[in-house]
Design a protein around this ligand. Structure first.
Ligand code: LMR
Length: 395
């Protein structure tokens, strides 16, 4: 049966992390996979997560299955975290289904769309996170691309993006990253979001939001603003939520799919269909991470501590951006790099040629995506000078 299967090349992001682990050089720097790191290069377990996990282990009475849609308090907590508390009537017309990470939520969303509108087209920005395509096409959706990024100005390429969406067929979907865009670090500002949502509403497109970095851009509320604004403007939408980065729960595979329908009856139908789709793929979601997140969100002290730690992580990302810009300019005062300090979240595209990226990896042990995407959190107060010195002449 497997005689004809070829061995595939490593995943463009996860493969780099493996190559980095295997590199014996003491100078190596990992700017590849998107995980938060502290000054020591570690991805620590957040203090609120440790406390919640400890109390969970002490108090849990069972490991019996969760309900099909997931842990009830987690689902309510995540809904409020993303959609906010102000939106009257929104919860009633929403289905919230716990999912195995943001990836699981994206795939579950695709399966749900496939049940509602077989062969539907989803429009993805170019570039976007490389796993968006496989996850959504794997669920049966047809992919279309639209411009997203103006690489020469390092900003969202708004006019071509709007022109492409104006041509999109009614009822098709558009994948929108809520904030801290992966891989570009360039988000629409609020007037630009309004312009995008104008086209979405006029063309009767369905937004499919991906929110994977809430709290790591500006703050928890500002980073979800685009989703909350869209919820006021469109009757239907989907949101894939990841708890990997904002709770640091990466390996626990914790996330949720939120789907807004026109009314409470539609929400019930959506939830039942999503549960059925999940049942045919993995039956029900894993419990541990969601039970930790629900404890944090439901406990005032833990929630306050968690918000503070997350805010400190976001502040550190912003300060590393400034440090990197300053260090590049110290080497090369004429370098076009100031834009990087104004971008948000974990990622930016340096705009290096693939040969330069390879050289940095092979000769200097600095690992980044072949598209020159860097994970800002991989920089540290200790390595930023060396990285900047090596990057500056290649910009
Ligand atoms: C990334 O983009 O590096 C992260 O989202 C991790 C992943 O799964 O690719």
């Amino acid at each position: 049966m497997f005689e004809m299967l070829e061995t595939l090349p490593a995943d463009p992001i996860l493969g780099l992390a493996t190559a980095y682990r295997e590199d014996p050089s003491p100078d190596k720097v990992d700017l590849s996979v998107g995980v938060y790191r502290n000054r020591a290069g570690q991805t620590p377990v957040m203090a609120a997560v440790i406390a919640a996990e400890r109390s969970l282990i002490e108090q849990q009475l069972t490991k019996a299955y969760l309900p099909p849609a997931g842990a009830p308090a987690f689902r309510e907590g995540i809904f409020r975290l993303v959609l906010g508390t102000g939106a009257a009537g929104l919860r009633e017309r929403s289905a919230v289904i716990q999912a195995p990470g943001g990836c699981g939520a994206l795939r579950l969303g695709a399966e749900l769309i496939q049940r509602a509108s077989p062969g539907a087209v989803i429009h993805l920005g170019d570039p976007t996170w490389p796993n968006h395509g496989p996850l959504l096409a794997g669920g049966g959706l047809a992919l279309a691309r639209h411009p997203y990024y103006d690489a020469s100005r390092h900003v969202v390429d708004l006019q071509p993006l709007l022109a492409a969406l104006e041509q999109a067929q009614e009822g098709s979907l558009v994948l929108l990253q809520a904030s801290s865009h992966n891989p570009t670090g360039a988000d629409p500002d609020r007037p630009q979001w309004e312009a995008i949502l104008d086209v979405v509403a006029q063309r009767r497109l369905v937004p499919f939001f991906d929110i994977a970095y809430q709290g790591l851009g500006d703050d928890l509320d500002a980073d979800a603003w685009s989703i909350r604004r869209a919820a006021e403007r469109v009757p239907e939408m989907l949101v894939a939520v990841s708890c990997s980065k904002c709770f640091g729960l990466y390996r626990e595979r914790t996330g949720a799919l939120i789907v807004l329908g026109a009314d409470a009856g539609r929400a019930r139908a959506i939830e039942s269909q999503a549960n059925k789709a999940a049942r045919s793929m993995y039956s029900m979601p894993p419990g541990h991470g969601a039970l930790i997140a629900e404890r944090i969100l439901g406990d005032e002290t833990l929630a306050t501590n968690w918000r503070a730690e997350l805010a400190a992580m976001a502040a550190r990302l912003r300060s590393l951006r400034r440090d990197f810009v300053a260090a590049v300019k110290a080497t090369r005062p004429d370098a076009d790099i100031d834009w990087l300090a104004g971008q948000r979240g974990m990622f930016s595209l340096l705009g290096l040629k693939p040969e330069a990226v390879r050289e940095l990896r092979e000769q200097h042990h600095i690992y980044m995506g072949l598209d020159s995407r860097i994970n800002i959190a991989g920089l540290s107060e200790d390595n930023v000078g060396r990285v900047a010195e090596l990057v500056a002449p290649r910009l």
